[in-house]
Write a new protein. Structure first.
Length: 461
């Protein structure tokens, strides 16, 4: 909020070239606040001027907080030496995230600007498959050995800890580099200086494997409440760590993607405010077309019962009520199951538990709506006698029974679709609310007119 209030003042100072005043204004700002200011500045020239006024270490830290598109724009505006300094001093994991968004030819150019050591680190991290933990990790950590004393550990931390991503956790390895434990720094600080690391170890630790999916890291951080977790290769050798800030970014991306899919939209690779109109249309047109084709079956179902509708036009009045109730109940069930799957509350193996629960809840919900539907017909008939004719009770009973059937089917289908998609290897979020609603629309009409034929044949039909 403060950033937005001061933004016009900063822009005015830049335009008047009062750079010393700008430095005074920004002296007490945090890198995260400065990044927010730079992200919001409308002109690239102003962003570059402001960025150049920052001390180098402060500038690098601020750069890591910037949106990726702003980072790339700044790299184009800055001089070669400035780019070299930024890329070499960036955290390895943040640099990898930046390179992932760049075209391959540009990445090759950027790699040549790195020192041999940093270039090797960058190439190793980029060598891991996309969406694996290897792309998130950083090799900047502190490892100690079990035979060391607390004093030796503290000396090692003072010497090598400056470049570590975090010092909250120290990692214990054997002589071959295999991870054997992790120790909180507070345990080291509170132990006598002659205590050996092996005396503090408890062998109770959790680690991630470098080729695991990034979703596993999100689940692990959520479950174990850590700020960092070690990453090993397939042989158990410690090769890096993953920190909570990177995992939160992954969690945000996954949540955003799931929300977009729930709305029947392909995941957007860019923010809504910056994505082009044609890309937006392309992302939405596919699913919208599929849903349109699905709704064509609804029209076909209506035409199949054309004779029944012609003989009892009153039935058509309740079609929107029936299909919307089924679609809404299906969307509810689908959303709840998708969320439960993403949180690990249920798995595909729990399908029988889910179906039993949704059949029961679908019947109860349908009964509630059925009673409301019957009440609606009754009240309208009382206030407008003759509105539904002499068979108004059978019409109300048809609507009521149809609502029970449609809602029961909607909740069951909505709950089973995500589990089915998960089972065959697709993203459960693909069974989005509009998709479930379209499916239930078609079947809802069949259920409705089937009940109408059952109860009204020989009366209205």
């Amino acid at each position: 909020m403060i950033v937005r209030i001061l933004q016009p003042e900063i822009i005015e100072l830049i335009q008047r070239r009062e750079f010393n005043a700008i430095k005074e204004v920004l002296t007490e700002w945090t890198p995260a606040d400065l990044a927010e200011l730079l992200n919001d500045l409308p002109e690239l020239q102003d962003q570059a001027i402001l960025f150049r006024l920052l001390p180098r270490d402060f500038a690098v830290e601020t750069f890591e907080y910037l949106d990726v598109d702003v980072q790339m724009d700044l790299l184009k505006a800055l001089g070669n030496q400035e780019i070299v300094a930024i890329l070499n001093e960036m955290s390895a994991d943040d640099r990898t995230a930046l390179f992932e968004e760049m075209p391959a030819p540009i990445v090759k150019q950027m790699l040549m600007l790195l020192t041999p050591t940093e270039r090797h680190i960058a190439q190793v991290l980029l060598g891991y498959p996309e969406n694996t933990i290897g792309r998130l990790m950083t090799p900047e950590y502190v490892a100690v050995e079990a035979e060391w004393t607390v004093q030796e550990v503290l000396d090692h931390v003072r010497t090598h800890g400056k470049d570590s991503e975090t010092l909250n956790i120290l990692y214990v390895v054997n002589q071959s580099g295999t991870l054997i434990d992790d120790i909180r720094i507070r345990e080291i600080l509170l132990s006598p200086s002659d205590t050996k690391v092996s005396d503090i170890m408890d062998g109770n630790y959790i680690s991630l494997e470098v080729h695991d999916d990034q979703e596993k890291a999100v689940e692990a951080f959520k479950k174990y409440d850590r700020v960092a977790l070690p990453v090993t290769d397939v042989k158990g050798i410690l090769i890096g760590i993953v920190t909570i800030d990177d995992v939160l970014d992954v969690a945000e991306e996954e949540a955003t993607e799931d929300f977009q899919k729930l709305g029947a939209v392909e995941a957007l690779e860019e923010p809504y405010s910056t994505i082009s109109l044609m890309q937006m249309v392309r992302k939405r047109a596919g699913w919208l077309s599929i849903l349109f084709v699905g709704e064509l079956f609804t029209a076909s179902a209506m035409s199949f019962f054309e004779n029944e509708i012609a003989r009892a036009i009153v039935l058509a009045l309740f079609v929107p009520l029936i299909i919307s109730s089924g679609g809404n109940s299906g969307s509810q069930a689908s959303t709840l199951v998708i969320r439960a799957l993403s949180l690990g509350e249920i798995t595909v193996k729990d399908w029988w538990f889910v179906i039993r629960r949704e059949v029961a809840s679908g019947f109860l919900l349908g009964s509630i709506l059925g009673m409301l539907g019957m009440l609606r017909v009754f009240i309208w008939q009382m206030f407008f006698p003759g509105l539904y004719g002499e068979h108004w009770f059978l019409i109300g009973f048809t609507v009521s029974s149809s609502l029970v059937g449609v809602v029961l089917w909607g909740t069951t289908a909505g709950a089973m679709l995500p589990l089915l998609l998960k089972k065959i290897g697709f993203d459960p979020a693909t069974s989005s609310a509009p998709f479930v609603a379209t499916l239930v629309d078609v079947t809802g009409l069949i259920i409705y007119f089937s009940f109408a034929l059952l109860f009204l044949t020989g009366k209205l039909l």
